[in-house]
Design a protein around this ligand. Structure first.
Ligand code: NAD
Length: 508
């Protein structure tokens, strides 16, 4: 099965095959072009640790060309009827569906996620994002305010509010759910009538490149969607600091978010920052414990724990603590790392050698702090030949950590979960709220009053009761505290890319 997907992926960029190595080119003004510097970055397949492509190492000169193209295209695109913008986005969604298997294999090779996850979550969700915003703009409404003659001053008036696209949108996305998160940004921007300069992560840029080719095929006008590849400092920061890019939609780490805010803030840019998480998963004694264990295991290890929403801190009531630890450690074995291209594999490779080294340091530190490792805590030693040199790590369950240690405070973003007992509801809430992050949270209880009471007290933008990662695209998505500012999703995402302009007519 793995070889089928390898064959499928072999042709993923045949249109720009240079020698033996695929080349990931920029999309600027409707054309696929190399970077101005002529330099390339090796793109490593995480499962094998071998280069499988080369990425244009772009810089400010490339960004300037892309912003010029986007600025030139803006007037026409922002006045293109919503029905036509919608039609193009729907065509693009359709192309993603048509190429789902091939895109999934490219994603699995480029990012290390399993082919099953790619073809059932990452790629279909990219199409769903495009469809959602393509249709949302057909049903959007604006408000009109009728004002009586006030006691003092002029007569009656009417004010209508129009949402006008803000201009060129800078969209910067991370490596963990590449096409999913890339489209989550560009879809509302394009739907709202903005043109885009987007940069996917240098660690997993391949499907964004493929999307760019599909956008050309379906007839997006030149300059409407521009995609720049390369390192954050060289190719991302010139987007953030460009004076002709008034809106910045960023998803990534908290430290990078702080850097972006320090550049864009003094320029009075509008920013949406979707940052890191250290999400608590609370299991009360009155929960459906088996369901909670199943869900907590999935929340800990899906996509190698490389989802910002993963539940990395589990708190279980002391009366069920032992059962929860045993249950999660047992189920962790079903996430044995393997070749991402094998459809039976449930855990793929970590994104890079550096990221795995970081996770190893964290687990060592947990050990040194007296933490008990119930499973995992090491690299797997039974991998298939093809992926023997890949960046794999076993699913790991740790107990016995105090809440203020680094392991409990800092985002790990890997297949490592800690479990801690609590005695009272107040204690559980205090533990859950005891980090600088505030992205997502989970509460498992069969007591409806407790469920809503606790969810309401958690410092998180998202609270799930008796479930995890259930998403309705209409709902606001985003975090509190160090997990970011702003909300994506639904109408909030469309509003982010527009300026609300009030126009008042006075009746004489
Ligand atoms: P990162 O911050 O290292 O990089 C994210 C993107 O920013 C990349 O495209 C990178 O090239 C670019 N970048 C880096 N420095 C930049 C700079 N100075 N200016 C402009 N762009 C720059 O994050 P990552 O390692 O790719 O992703 C992992 C992080 O993303 C985790 O912390 C995770 O929690 C977070 N994340 C958050 C969400 C969310 O919705 N809150 C979703 C997914 C991932």
């Amino acid at each position: 099965m793995a070889s089928t997907y390898l064959l499928m992926a072999a042709g993923w960029a045949h249109s720009n095959l240079w020698g033996d190595m695929q080349r990931i080119l920029n999309l600027i003004d409707g054309k696929l072009v190399p970077g101005e510097s002529g330099e390339w970055i090796d793109s490593i397949e995480p499962a094998t640790s071998k280069a499988h492509a080369q990425i244009a190492a772009s810089n400010k000169a490339d960004v300037d060309c892309a912003v010029d193209a986007a600025s030139n295209a803006f007037n026409q695109w922002s006045h293109t009827p919503a029905a036509r913008r919608s039609e193009l986005l729907l065509k693009l969604a359709h192309e993603i569906d048509d190429h789902c298997e091939r895109l999934a294999s490219v994603e699995a090779i480029d990012q290390g996620q399993t082919i099953t996850f790619a073809r059932t979550v990452d790629i279909p969700r990219a199409a769903a994002n495009l469809r959602f915003f393509a249709t949302a703009i057909l049903h959007d409404t604006d408000h009109v305010y009728h004002t009586d003659a006030p006691a003092v001053g002029s007569g009656a008036s009417m004010t209508y509010v129009k949402h006008v696209p803000r201009g060129v949108a800078g969209c910067i996305s991370p490596w963990n759910l590449p096409l999913y998160l890339f489209t989550w940004k560009i879809a509302p921007a394009l739907a709202a009538g903005c043109t885009v300069v987007a940069k996917p992560s240098e660690l997993s840029p391949a499907t964004a490149c493929e999307l760019g080719k599909l956008a050309i095929d379906v007839g997006f006008p030149a300059g409407v969607l521009n995609i720049i590849h390369g390192y954050g400092k060289d190719a991302g920061e010139p987007i953030i600091s460009h004076p002709s890019v008034p809106s910045i939609s960023f998803t990534g780490g908290t430290a990078t978010g702080a850097r972006i805010a320090s550049v864009a803030g003094p320029m009075f840019k509008r920013m949406s920052l979707e940052l890191g998480g250290k999400n608590p998963f609370l299991i009360f004694e009155d929960a459906d414990v088996d369901k909670a264990i199943d869900t907590a295991t999935r929340a800990a290890f899906t996509n190698q724990g490389e989802i910002c929403l993963c539940g990395s801190r589990i708190y279980a009531h002391e009366s069920i603590f032992e059962k929860v630890v045993r249950g999660i450690a047992e189920r962790a074995h079903t996430y044995a790392p393997g070749d991402p291209l094998d459809h039976k594999t449930r855990m793929g490779a970590l994104i890079s050698a550096d990221h795995r080294a970081k996770i190893e340091r964290i687990v060592d530190s947990a050990h040194a702090l007296g933490g008990k490792i119930h499973c995992g805590g090491a690299r797997p030693n039974n991998l298939p030949e093809r992926v023997r040199d890949g960046f794999f790590y076993q699913p790991t369950v740790i107990t016995g950590l105090v809440s203020d240690c680094d392991v409990e405070q800092e985002e790990i973003f890997g297949p490592v979960v800690s479990i801690t007992p609590f005695a009272t509801e107040d204690e559980a809430i205090a533990l859950a709220n005891g980090t600088k992050y505030g992205l997502a949270s989970v509460v498992f209880t069969e007591n409806i009053n407790r469920a809503h009471r606790v969810a309401d007290l958690l410092h998180a933008g998202i609270a799930w009761i008796n479930c995890w990662m259930v998403r309705d695209l209409r709902t606001p998505f985003g975090g509190m505290k160090a997990s970011g500012i702003g909300r994506e999703g639904g109408i909030e995402a469309l509003r982010f890319f527009t300026e609300a302009r009030s126009t008042t007519v006075a009746f004489s």
